[in-house]
Write a protein that binds this ligand. Structure first.
Ligand code: IMP
Length: 429
């Protein structure tokens, strides 16, 4: 296998950024294939901290970055991210960044619809990032999205905007929110088009050429399987499929190109936004995890909800995600605990179950069943070999492997790129 696909196996924020950055140094091309600027990756390289939302992480390593057709792109957000990282010294130009010309665009009306709908949901809100992701994907499927290539064709843009505005203005007016005029959107796009169009290209063709030339491709997933629109905790999910299969359809390559699927799992669990979270902790242990793990959303700054590792969820995510190996992150956050726990099943209406039900009402009623293990007092922070790890930490990892029925092939022990223990090189598999 020469390619690798990285996906999250929990509710996002598993520390994918660092792993992708580490793998990017061994790849030629890094491809984003779903999601949008709802994602947030923090990369620490020496004394520089890069915060990326939409740009593929490989750009930090001087690799070609690709935004595939499965992504939804807010052109304004894209350009401001390019400006921000360029000011930090990264080289982003149409040579180093390829954006699929058939990518659907996020416009200000998507953001307005996202926010107005969340406000109208009240207590039943999803807790979206408010960036217009859901409405943009809806428009894509409803065949009324403005795509990047449309910016070069004023006539196409003109009639497509009529349909788009009819839909959104009806909704916005119904929700009591401000509506948009066609001229406003046209002006917005006219301002951005000259800077964003040079990046547009036929990504599938370029990836096909790269694949034939034997170049190594890294597919960088955003969000995670439990936020997948089909396989996650629906409706408390994002609006794209996040499983590895989408690396193919979301960038225009065949399924055989997905390669080794590396699932990222945090050594405990976190979630931002609303929705079921059976192993969530509401006590001082949960608070300690949040503080020690610095668990605040990269995109929204919201504090993340914290809980013990849920093996049932990660097992399921690994299965549906097609995971070949797991990268376990942030083990050091558990250093110093007297005991550590793993959720091994749930009690549902008096019955013990070891699978995750689909019904949201049943998901909300799940009570976690924990297995307790002795903790460790030694630090695992920055460990670079298996021998540096305390025996209790190794036992914890082994137990996780058993329960999720997938091997831990990589261990990340600090935000620094080189603090990584590799059991199996995914590119060599
Ligand atoms: P949306 O993707 O903005 O529509 O948000 C839908 C749900 O996905 C919300 O619960 C968000 O908090 C969550 N979400 C979206 N992107 C991320 C991410 O990158 N990390 C973690 N949660 C995310």
């Amino acid at each position: 296998m020469s390619n690798v696909t990285v996906i999250g196996t929990q509710w996002g924020d598993e520390g994918k950024g660092k792993i992708v950055d580490w793998l990017a140094s061994r790849a030629d091309i890094v491809v984003r294939f779903q999601g949008g600027h709802n994602a947030g990756h923090t990369l620490v390289v020496g004394d520089q901290v890069y915060k990326l939302s939409l740009l593929p992480s490989g750009l930090v390593r001087g690799k070609t970055g690709v935004i595939g057709n499965g992504v939804v792109v807010d052109p304004e957000a894209l350009l401001s991210e390019i400006d921000r990282v360029s000011a930090q010294g990264l080289v982003v130009n149409p040579e180093t960044l390829w954006v699929a010309d058939n990518v659907p665009l996020i416009l200000p009306l998507h953001v307005a619809t996202d926010r107005a709908r969340e406000a109208a949901r009240g207590d039943r809100k999803i807790g979206t990032t408010g960036r217009g992701i859901g409405p943009a994907y809806e428009d894509k499927v409803a065949r009324r999205a403005i795509r990047l290539c449309d910016l070069a064709e004023p006539e196409t843009l003109d009639w497509k905007l009529d349909e788009l505005l009819l839909h959104h203005n009806t909704l916005l007016a119904g929700l009591g929110a401000a509506t948009f005029t066609k001229q406003e959107i046209l002006d917005h796009l006219a301002r951005l088009a000259p800077r964003v169009l040079p990046y547009a290209c036929s990504v599938w063709e370029r990836l096909d050429e790269a694949r034939r030339a034997g170049r190594r491709i890294l597919f960088e997933g955003a969000q995670a399987v439990m936020l997948d629109v089909d396989h996650g905790t629906y409706p408390f999910v994002t609006s794209s499929n996040t499983v590895a299969a989408v690396a193919a359809s979301g960038s225009g390559v065949g399924p055989g190109s997905v390669g080794f699927v590396l699932g990222i799992a945090k050594a405990y669990t976190t979630r931002v936004g609303e929705g079921p979270f059976p192993s969530e902790l509401f006590d001082d242990v949960g608070q300690k995890l949040g503080e020690r793990g610095r668990e605040f959303g990269t995109v929204t700054g919201r504090p993340r909800r914290c809980g013990w590792f849920d093996a049932v969820l990660v097992r399921r995510a690994s299965r549906v995600g097609g995971v070949n190996g797991i990268a376990l992150t942030k083990l050091d956050v558990l250093d110093g605990f007297e005991e550590v726990k793993i959720c091994i099943g749930y009690e549902l209406d008096g019955q013990m179950i070891t699978s995750f039900p689909s019904s949201p009402a049943a998901q909300a009623r799940l009570k976690p069943v924990f297995e307790s293990m002795p903790g460790w007092q030694e630090t695992t922070f920055g460990a670079r070999s298996w021998a540096d790890l305390p025996a209790a930490a190794i036992k914890y990892i082994r137990r996780i492997e058993e329960l999720i029925e997938a091997p831990v092939t990589l261990l990340s022990t600090s935000p620094e790129r080189d603090d990584t223990i590799l059991m199996r090189d995914p590119f060599e598999d």
